[in-house]
Write a protein that binds this ligand. Sequence first.
Ligand SMILES: *[C@@H]1O[C@H](CO)[C@@H](O)[C@H](O)[C@H]1NC(C)=O
Ligand SMILES: *[C@@H]1O[C@H](CO)[C@@H](O)[C@H](O)[C@H]1NC(C)=O
Ligand SMILES: *[C@@H]1O[C@H](CO)[C@@H](O)[C@H](O)[C@H]1NC(C)=O
Ligand SMILES: [Cu+2]
Length: 827
Amino acid sequence: MAGGYELLKSGGDGEVQSPKSYRTARRIAIGLVACLALVTLSFLHIHPPLSVDLGAQDNHDGDSVKACASPAPPAARPPAPINPWASLTIEQTVQIQKWLEEPAQALNLTRGAISKPSDNHIFLIEAYYPPKASVLRYFSSLSSSDIPEKYARVTIHHGSAPEPVIKDYLVGPLPIGSSTRMEHLTDIYHLDAIPHNARGFDTRDWTTPEIFEKMAAPLMEAYEELLGGTPQGTLITAGSGPFSFDGSFRRLWLSWRRSTPGFFLHPLNLYQYIDLSGTDPSQWDQLKIVYNHQVFNSPEAFMEAFHNGSLKRVPVIDPDTDLSYSTRKRIGAQRDLDHLPGPRSVSFAGLRFRVDHDLQYVSWMGWGLYLGFDRDMGLSLWDINFRGERIVYELKPQEALAQYAGNDPFQATTAWLDRYFGMGQSVRDMLPGYDCPHEAVYLPATTYSVNGLSTQQRAICIFEHDSGRPLSRHLGFEENEFGAVKGYELVIRSIATVGKFMITFDYIFHLDGTIEVRISASGYLQAGYYDNTQGQYGNRIWETSMGSLHDHVINYKVDLDVAGTANSLLKTTLSQESVTQPWFEEDWGDEVIQQVVTREYIDDENDALLKFPTNFQGGYAIVNQEETNKWGTSRGYAIHPGYSPIHNTVVGSKRLMKNANWARYNLAVSRRKETEPSSSSMWNFNLPGSPPVDFHKFFDGENITQEDLVAWVNLGMHHLPQSEDAPNTRTNTATSSFFLTPLNYFDHDVSIESTNAVLLKNPEKPGNPFTYDDYGVEPAHCLPEQPSPFEYHPAKMFDLDGRPAPASSIEDMRKASELYHRIKLEL
Ligand SMILES: *[C@@H]1O[C@H](CO)[C@@H](O)[C@H](O)[C@H]1NC(C)=O
Ligand SMILES: *[C@@H]1O[C@H](CO)[C@@H](O)[C@H](O)[C@H]1NC(C)=O
Ligand SMILES: *[C@@H]1O[C@H](CO)[C@@H](O)[C@H](O)[C@H]1NC(C)=O
Ligand SMILES: [Cu+2]
């Protein structure tokens, strides 16, 4: 604001400004005072006399700067008094846990935190979403007898079964009562039971003594000499995945890293392939060791070569080497004026969005929606309405893959599917003022793990911001042509940290009915060990570190309901034609080459595995053929590519096969089914050959014309890391988005309804300023509340009986957060 705005002065002729623009100048001056006040607010508290000065300024002006209204959001008016997608409360979860542990259920359970692979334990308890039909019935009747029954999904590791296996169960109806039953949940999977070798992620795998004894102890001497450290000291290890092809084994490559801040960027060149199959750790084994491109089939062979002088060695890095390139500590000279805090956004007239904290319902400018949150993928959006019509029933991330390349066994075999690790479970509190603006409203989320329940108070943030550009504008001279609509947007955000890497999930609502779905990535790379054989697979970023080439692809479920649930898939193609017309003169000839649009409906689901056309000549939309706008055009919503609309480069890798075949396309459209709720599952990661959810099986030749449809849309990035990825990847280019945007859905652009807009009128006399109508919405000014001091708290933990648990140690917090990237082998 203070950034150099000056009223235009017309030459040096001293022309008198109109009273209106004079007032504007005064307003700006007052605003400037308010901004300065902001900067000095903390000071003010200690030095009251300053505020007297401020008051004096105001009195001088004739009206005083009042304190702004509290930035709390006004109460929301959800369409129903319940959220059908609400997570289970801690009490509900504990009640289910106790019920499952009753002898009547005969599950022979051991509590997760003390269980061994050969025990039965509960891996997950969470809400299971009700069928769409029952939710829609309830929303249209709002009769309490139509409230959908609540069910939980429970995952149990049956480690003590003769054939150890993982099973998912439905438990309900809830609350637990005489009618509560438990049934094996199979109809949403393409496998009856999940092989135990593909079981859920558990950091306690690394506390098993056999891991240290068999994998690390025999190599101790070599670690010190070749890597310059020991597993108890300056080295840590990391595991790559997937761990299995079809569940017949559980094996992974370990690679070593220096234990230093930003250890992700300090890989070393020793790799060990280990076998952790089955539930008996005494059977676990070490299969291969690779050091500096030399391969050994046993620790004995490796150690023999190490001792007999035949091992080709790489010099160990000097212990005094400065490793700080991988830290986030500020370096360099301070830039000009960077000692001042930058601008911050303040809603001077109070927040303009409504939030129901308990129901997790949000509304803004004609939009209304419910939020959900789960272990696997975190935040999801439900029943998204705009101006009284449902646009989207469900908008939910499904899976996030990252497939690497390299000339070493670790990078070359890594193909993460992050749902396995629990992207929702890996959400931590946001940094207020940094991750979201100061006035953002935060919502909590609670997830279940074998170690207990964890609540993040700031899992989700919601804020409105000024995009800084008008949504529409025109300069004109006919009446009512000249004006602009401000480009305000509502953002709903959550940030998941999966090991090394953060994904910011944004849902951005626009005034014209557009929803922008965007991800941005940051955090550390999974760096590879650099030597001169690695150039084809990335860029060198340090002495012995490289950024390894990889693709990210993130899949979303978009259940659009465009003017109802009967929808079709419209394909639009832009191409070129030559036409001759009688109306041309000989000068140009009678042939014209021009663009032409063709439209077709894709009827067959098998033809709905789609890529965007070259040069984006055309695209795809979900339309209702039976509902037209005023101009007779079918009402639709387009799936409009945004930034980096890529799909996976690699097809046919054994490590990403049937478990992620959604990643081959930009988008795909299938008939919506309760038995196909998701394109992936947490076990898909470790079962590329026979996954529980095989996306291609959704496409079985059904007619998708005027049916309830789901679009499965991919975002992503071809990530060829560079030296500027150190210390962390930057969100400005590591970003991807798509838009759901009205396509002949309305008769005209509805953002013209906005009163945060201006309409100009020609001056009556040449030289006078334009007059204008601001619809009575003038910039407000007041003294904003002082931003809360920065604070950050660890997650609140509860044990499986619902009691507050003692605060986690930093080591436990690290284990839960750094996953397979920092395995501390325990002695
Ligand atoms: C219960 O599980 C334990 C392992 O936790 C196992 O040793 C025992 O045999 C199981 N009991 C039954 C009845 O299956
Ligand atoms: C050293 O040990 C390796 C691994 O067992 C063996 O292949 C090689 O022949 C040995 N070399 C000498 C010189 O003994
Ligand atoms: C699909 O269904 C629509 C509407 O019922 C029908 O017009 C069309 O012919 C069907 N397509 C095929 C290939 O059966
Ligand atoms: Cu990346």
